[in-house]
Design a protein around this ligand. Structure first.
Ligand SMILES: [Zn+2]
Length: 231
């Protein structure tokens, strides 16, 4: 096996390793974080807080209506209790009752509106609670599979890391350095030659260079500088 064909293999193994590392990272992220669920939870919290405010508002109106009813009862007691006999005072009491009653009607209307709001926000909260629960359920169901996948990919990552290290040690520092330098500069260090063309830059290679590459010599493309590999 020529040096360049081993470098080509190393390159493929390292690419696989990078992909597995990415998959591992994605898997860990998915295990620890579910953006859809987090968004639904945030939305639910916002609805719950609106519901809390709507209930407080309703309760305030409830008390106000209750107070007004107490006031009207007090005025009526005075009006019909017989303790007040002065006609002027009786008329004024009657007017007070009517004015408080009008005020009460306004408050009662507001109370009904507030009750409607509470009801509709309660429905919203129920829908969102259901959504959060079902997202949490499916995440819980997905997790064992993700845990298994993480274990498998972790094992593959360590196997591939080990394999790359072994190949690099066998190749020696000089070859590895040349390979790394080209990879850093060009992204891909070793490219195939197909129909006399360098697959890195797509230029036709001089016959002499191509033949040397075919013989397994370590040669660089004169144009893009990548190592040439002939299968
Ligand atoms: Zn080239």
């Amino acid at each position: 096996m020529s040096l360049v064909s081993r470098l080509y293999e190393l390159q493929a193994t390292e690419l696989e390793l990078r992909n597995k590392r990415r998959l591992l990272q994605d898997t860990v992220v998915r295990l620890n974080h579910n953006p859809e669920l987090s968004a639904a939870e945030e939305e639910l919290a916002a609805i719950e807080s609106r519901l809390d405010n709507a209930r407080k508002h309703q309760r305030r109106l409830d008390w106000e209506v209750e107070d007004l009813n107490v006031r009207i009862r007090g005025l009526n007691d005075k009006l019909y209790g017989g303790s007040v006999r002065n006609p002027k005072e009786l008329v004024s009491l009657e007017q007070d009752v009517q004015s408080v009653r009008r005020y009460l009607e306004g408050k009662e209307e507001k109370l009904l509106e507030a009750m409607d709001v509470v009801e509709s926000v309660e429905a919203e909260a129920a829908t969102m609670r259901h959504r959060v629960a079902s997202l949490r359920d499916s995440w819980e169901q997905e997790r064992p599979g993700l845990e298994t996948l993480r274990g498998t990919v972790e094992a593959e990552v360590s196997r591939l890391t080990e394999a790359c290290l072994t190949v690099r040690n066998d190749l020696g520092a000089e070859a590895a350095q040349q390979y790394d330098q080209i990879a850093r500069a060009r992204g891909v260090a070793v490219v195939k030659v197909e129909q006399g063309r360098c697959k890195g830059c797509n230029l036709t290679l001089p016959t002499g260079l191509w033949q040397r590459a075919r013989a397994g010599e370590t040669v660089e493309c004169g144009s893009c500088g990548r190592l040439l590999y002939v299968e």
